[in-house]
Design a protein around this ligand. Sequence first.
Ligand SMILES: [Zn+2]
Ligand SMILES: [Zn+2]
Length: 929
Amino acid sequence: MGVHHAWGRTYKDMFQRYKAFKGFDLRWQNGFDCQGLWVEVEVEKDLGFKTKKDIEAYGIEKFIIRCKERVLKYSKIQTEQSIRLGQWSEWDKAYFTMSDENNYAIWHFLKKCSEKGLLYKGKDVVPWCYRCGTSISQHEILTEEYKELTHKAVFVRFPVAGQEKTYFLVWTTTPWTLPGNVALAVNPDLDYSKVKDTKGDNYILLRQKANEIFLKEEIEIVETFSGKSLEGVEFKGIFDDLPAVEKELSSFSRRSLAPSTHQVILWKDITEEEGTGVVHIAPGCGQEDFSLAKDNNLSVIDLSDEESKYKKGFGFLESREVYKEEQRDWIIDNLKDKKLIFKVENYKHRYPTCWRCKQELIFRLVDEWFISMDKLREELIESAKQIEWMPGFGLEREIDWLNNMHDWLISKKRYWGLALPIWECSCGNFEVLGSKEELEERTVEGWDEFGGKSPHRPQIDQIKIKCSKCGALAQRVKDVGTPWLDAGIVPFSTVSNDNRAENIPYFHNKREEWQKWFPIEFICESFPGQFKNWFYVLLVMSQVLEEKPPFKRVLGFASVVDEKGEEMHKSKGNAIWFDEAVEKISADVMRWMYLKQNPVNNMRFGYGVAGETKRKLMTLLNCFEFYKTYTTATHKSYATHQSSKNCLDRWILSKLNLVIKEATENLDRFDAMRATGVIEDFWINNLSLWYIRRSRGRLRESKESQAVFAFVLLEITKLIAPLMPFLAEEMYQMLKTKEMPESVHLCVWPKYDESLIDKTLEQEMQERRLIASELLAERVRMGIPVRQPLIADAIKKPLSFSAIDPGSTLQIFSDEANLIIEDETTIFKGFNAISSKITEEMKEQGLVREIVRQIQTLRKKAALSPQDKASLYFAGDFDLKEVISRAKKEILETTKCSSLEESPEHLGSFVAQKEVDLEGKKLWLALEA
Ligand SMILES: [Zn+2]
Ligand SMILES: [Zn+2]
């Protein structure tokens, strides 16, 4: 796993845990994608293979075994990593898509498609990877698979038939497709011109482009006409001398024209942006060209084979790889010899590459298996509308895809994957088998070789059935299925108690069992790509099988990028592996980062961001640390937490109920970002920065307040339990009493009490916090350190006293800003005023406070806990010694030291000592443990 895998797993685990907390019945079944090209390519790399021929030479059976081994090895690693992340699952019940039940479930689906007349074998021009030797489905080419590449673009002269020295000027970025040319296309609605150059050659091209391609003084515009008027104009083919081209053109019987005639056709999609407005059409090498050929009854020249080499009959090009730059040069040179090249230039464009091996794709004519989508399109759109999409733009994106998708290409000319259950007969008939039982029943040959193994290649290829049309033996097509079939069948193939095929309820008349879980409540996946992939195939397969949406709501999230916002790549060196990250930052920090992220935006992952998150979690840990260190009670008194009358205690309980309410509501609507936001805000701004800060003294003394504090912490551990399971458990173990469940993960979700949310109290506390911070700011302006007590002359009147009385209010101000407030009845005015007058007595108070602070840091330095006894020694300036003697009792009480003695400096063995400078006077302090 890379760190990006942990995002989805964190969501999935967190919502599962949360729902379990709330008492829901859940399925704890992890799944592993096992089949497909992505496994094959890795095994090929391990074995050093370059092409499919290497696999065949190695032996398909051995190769498949290596694929299975790889899946088992990595699924084990991924299981361990998921456990490390804190993911809950019944790991020994995980489903594997290579299992028999998964494969037979897809057979069932394909048979249903066949029965509904949706499955067909068709010729189409599809994106093709020559290295992988397979077609790539339209939905597998995502935006990120388009790369900036530079190719040679050529301007070619196509001679107009019957007109001397007159040419259509054509521009193409794929010169290798020129031998497949059968027609030229122009836009009927744009203006074209015939221009004459200084050599007397005439060119037909877009009027707009004439002055861009030629220098103005070089040409003369002979005439201008609409594109429409060019329809049917004949031109001479530029590769008609190649035997394969000649043969295809002359044998194309549907065409009404004389053999080897090429014509101009009309095509409204041609734009003025690029090229010359005259487009070369090679129906065997382009998807749009292919559909134009269907509409215009054009012949289709099939150029390249599986390895993307020119087929037989292409003369000097035969068995050359079409994608190689040299071959393009060959073509260009040939055309130069024929004096048909006008210009060659380098052209940079975005070009699709293979999602798996990153080689550039070409388009070629293939025989593949498709599921027809036109009949399903409207139903799928209706189905998508019934789903709750999070984020909301998901529905729009899904519908956009459903409106634009082509038929679903499901076959791959590969080895490791679902064996398509299609048996083809030489009479043209094909039959689809829908189950293991049907396979056994229909087999007439090859059962022994199949040997009851999993329905994979190569053993399944041995099975022959009897054609029900002609009685001859039919053979399985060699193709395997796209792994997206595996991804889409999940709602049907995984609901079982013991994960064996014969017990899968959907297929074995236990629909009631299955219906308990269908449609699925919630799915979650990174959205880039999934509108065209997983979400889409789930919709399709469920529509065919059950005619309804397979899930009720979906949470999509963006991608993980590095801290600078750049895509993570192994080759770039900025990828972060899960193992490394989890050791460095811990699973809970990682989870918190992901959960706090807005799922709409890319997550910037890095150790800098992790550090910030960690600091926030440290605040929470420090609250626990304070509890552990200073409170001596009182899990036993949780129940008494409601009896405190103290305004800060009542306030933190109000805030606690509010945060439980808000966290619950947000988690119920699957909004992890807001839920984590309110919880974190609670522990930082309310618990740490106000409640504890203003309650330190009280929390050391009052059992009642300690009970409140303990109760608040206990409820937080429950709130964070689904989010950060490790931290929550550690804290819980500190807080739990014998009567409580053994683990926080066995507790029930905290309930909030609306009546304890006191909006007036919260409002009044907010006003006081504001004034307190103003008083502090005023002190900063005066330049007098906070340790020095000052007298408050006037304090801005808080708006109301209905929840917090004036006495408590003044206590808050005097504690927060270290003020001496003498008269509560006259002090509240419309402004703040602090007197800069410092009496000797006040000055001494400030000094004592500073000395206490120094002793506390010394205790910390010595790593003493408050319970540890320590003796304190001091020496130094006479005045300071006097101050210490006078404040001895106070110092001993607050610093929890057992004795305080004057001592000759630096004599004795101390656990910690230091010399400090207090207003120009020296003081030496030392601790003896
Ligand atoms: Zn590839
Ligand atoms: Zn037959």
